[in-house]
Design a protein around this ligand. Structure first.
Ligand code: GAL
Length: 331
């Protein structure tokens, strides 16, 4: 009996020691309120576990001080690497500073943490995404009245998208072909605000609107709701981003023109591979650098695809991102 107890003791000790050796990878998320972030979370947990690490995910629900507290706690819990989707592009600097004091590297995920010594950046080329949206719609409507609905000013991606939009639109504006009739950033990426902005614009003006370019599908959904109220759907071209199920269904219905599909699976696996290597002190390969205002951050930027009515099956469906049955089923 004594020998049995000793053996069980050794067995449990071995398990505990085994767990302790596993790298702990923290994932600080802004929100999981969109399908895409749910997917990021699910894949992150799955992939870290597959690589024999321990995923520690925390969601700040849009509150920057909460995210900083969560970082403090994860560092206290002995996390080896932090992967961060910053709620606030500036305030999140404090996370990097705290992490570095604890010798913990930080990967800025999807969104850049600005003006600090962040270690790596994994994202898509967000200027290019803006260009993809604007060039598609300006090829369909080379002249007319355009409305721009940008994202949260706390998110650097909103600035990059806007840069992309203007790269394409500015020459057409200067030629006098396109009028910018509305150009606003929507607080906190809030779809209800996007609705109110579009609704009050459409109520106040008789100017016919031809195009709405929105920072993501959620804002596009708010705008489409306003168009519905003014009987304008299908008369106005709309672009979004994220390939959310609702947006793809709006594209099928003809209420939205395009969305942008980002390779969430590849983004997550790139960040997880990088994090596991950092935890093991292995070298990291990156192919570009991106300026964050403080330094050139070594980065991996993955490419994005335009999704329109015609290529849904070849993009989001064939890549296993969405199920055909969900897209085409009756509402
Ligand atoms: C951005 C991200 C978009 C969108 C948005 C709102 O940073 O690039 O894909 O999801 O946040 O959460």
């Amino acid at each position: 009996m004594k020998a049995f107890r000793l053996l069980t003791g050794i067995f449990f000790l071995a398990i505990i020691a085994g767990c302790n050796n596993k790298p702990k990878i923290g994932f600080l998320m802004d929100t999981i309120s969109l399908d895409r972030w749910e997917k990021d979370k699910e894949l992150f947990e799955e992939q870290v576990e597959k690589m024999d690490g321990i995923p520690l995910v925390r969601v700040a629900n849009g509150d920057s001080p909460t995210q900083i507290d969560q970082a403090t706690q994860l560092l206290y819990d002995g996390v080896d690497v932090l992967v961060v989707i910053p709620v606030d592009l500036h305030a999140s600097r404090d996370i990097v500073k705290m992490a570095h004091k604890n010798d913990v590297p930080v990967i800025s995920y999807d969104r850049m943490i600005r003006d600090c010594n962040v270690d790596y950046y994994v994202s898509t080329d967000n200027i290019h995404i803006g260009e993809q949206q604007a060039s598609y719609l300006s090829r369909m409507a080379p002249s007319g009245n355009y409305a721009l609905l940008g994202g949260s000013t706390k998110d650097y991606n909103a600035t990059l998208l806007h840069l992309g939009w203007m790269n394409v639109l500015q020459p057409l504006i200067e030629k006098g072909d396109i009028n910018l009739v509305l150009d606003e950033y929507v607080k906190e990426w809030n779809a209800k605000d996007a609705f109110s902005i579009m609704d009050s614009f459409l109520s106040k003006t008789n100017t016919p609107l031809d195009v709405i370019i929105a920072g993501n599908d959620d804002l596009a959904a708010g705008a489409i709701q306003a168009l519905r109220q003014h009987n304008l759907t299908k008369k106005v071209l709309v672009a979004g981003q994220d390939a959310e199920l609702e947006a793809i269904r709006n594209i099928v219905a003809g209420d939205q023109t395009i969305t942008i599909f980002k390779p969430i699976d590849a983004l997550v696996s790139t960040a997880v591979n990088m994090a596991m290597k950092l935890a093991e002190d292995e070298p990291i390969n990156t192919n570009v650098t991106v300026n964050n205002g403080f330094k050139l951050v070594p980065a991996v930027l993955l490419s994005s695809q335009v999704v329109n009515r015609q290529n849904i099956k070849l993009t989001v469906v064939s890549e296993g991102y969405l199920e055909e049955g969900d897209i085409y089923k009756e509402k």
